[in-house]
Design a protein around this ligand. Structure first.
Ligand code: NAP
Length: 308
């Protein structure tokens, strides 16, 4: 039998790094730590080696088509397939960033939405039966969808939406941001949150497609890792990177024949409707949700202030 293989994007630090560490402990196969910066990736490998783990390394910039294709060709030639794909790579502007909202909308989606799609387009043909795909979305997507106008919400939440229609919506948001009319068109002022709306909706569509695929039992889910202490959160999140990695690792290792979760939004190993998640968490659980809620609200307010 061929060696099984897992790939984690953007894993030289933060939650991705902890996902690699967790998979090294639990996955029976080769685990690839990938990074856009080769030096940072190799440093991360060295630090995991010092802890007694042996992940492998491959360069991957999810905004660079040639880099994606190099990884695809390598996996095809070396393993003949792919068993786990964790789309973790992501970016966010800081609240205090002076970058205009139009730029934030374009650049954030270039990585978080379009980069993730490009990786999926290249690597999905390699997925073997029983493969597991995990997208790192966010609770921010839950907040953003409910800040959209009812008309825009209806488009994103249409159960029959296609990837082409979703991509057209994401482009419409970016173009509206460039024209300074995204609020008029029913979109909220958070580039990051909107990019994660794209990821949460994409997950449902991809599962629909994979369920109809001739390869059996391929599952894709998106998740919120919680509010995690990383560079992205300016180290404000209360969860450690290992705690943040728990749900993504759980989803990456769902056993063969799993029926649910499949095509879902998952947080703390529980399935939520992504558009209801933040609301439910607000009532159901503890302080981290409140802290994150305040963070996101501040982010949106700061974007709104920048515009006014
Ligand atoms: N932290 C949280 O509280 C939180 C909450 C909800 C969701 N998330 C999501 O969880 C994921 C990981 O976040 P994190 O907090 O661990 O962030 P992080 O510490 O900033 O790490 C982000 C990782 O993504 C990589 N990356 C960025 N752009 C890339 C590109 N074009 N190609 C390849 N890799 C790229 C970064 O590489 P460089 O080192 O080269 O920049 C880094 O390795 C993200 O998708 C994020 O949106 C995080």
């Amino acid at each position: 039998m061929s060696t099984k293989v897992a790939v984690v994007t953007g894993s030289n630090k933060g939650i991705g790094y902890a996902i690699v560490r967790g998979l090294c402990k639990q996955f029976k196969g080769d685990v690839f730590l990938t990074a856009r910066n080769e030096e940072l990736g190799k440093k991360a490998i060295q630090s995991l080696n010092e802890e007694g783990f042996s992940p492998k390394f491959h360069q991957l910039d999810i905004t660079d088509q040639a880099s994606i294709e190099r990884l695809r060709d390598f996996l095809k030639n070396t393993y003949g397939g792919l068993d786990i794909l964790v789309n973790n790579a992501g970016m966010a502007y800081k609240n205090a960033s002076p970058a205009p909202f139009a730029e934030q909308a374009e650049v954030t989606n270039k990585t978080n939405y379009f980069g993730t799609i490009a990786v999926c387009d290249a690597l999905f043909p390699l997925l073997r039966p029983h493969a597991r795909v995990v997208h790192l979305s966010s609770m921010a997507s839950s907040y953003a969808i409910r800040k959209c106008s009812p008309e825009v919400q209806a488009k994103f939440l249409n159960p029959n939406i296609t990837i082409e229609e979703l991509t057209a919506l994401m482009n419409d948001f970016i173009q509206a941001a460039k024209n300074g009319e995204h609020e008029k068109k029913g979109y909220p002022s958070s580039a990051y949150s909107m990019s994660k709306v794209g990821i949460s909706v994409l997950t449902h569509i991809q599962q629909r497609q994979l369920s109809a695929d001739s390869r059996e039992d391929i599952i894709v889910n998106s998740c919120c890792p919680g509010y995690v202490d990383t560079d992205m959160s300016s180290h404000k999140g209360p969860k450690t990177i290992d705690e943040g990695a728990d749900t993504p690792i759980y989803l990456a290792l769902l056993p063969e024949g799993t029926k649910s979760p499949a095509g879902e939004f998952v947080a703390d190993r529980k399935v939520y409707k992504f558009n209801e998640y933040e609301y439910k968490m607000w009532y159901e659980t503890s302080t981290y949700c409140g802290v994150l809620f305040i963070e996101i609200t501040n982010q949106i307010r700061s974007a709104e202030n920048k515009q006014n």
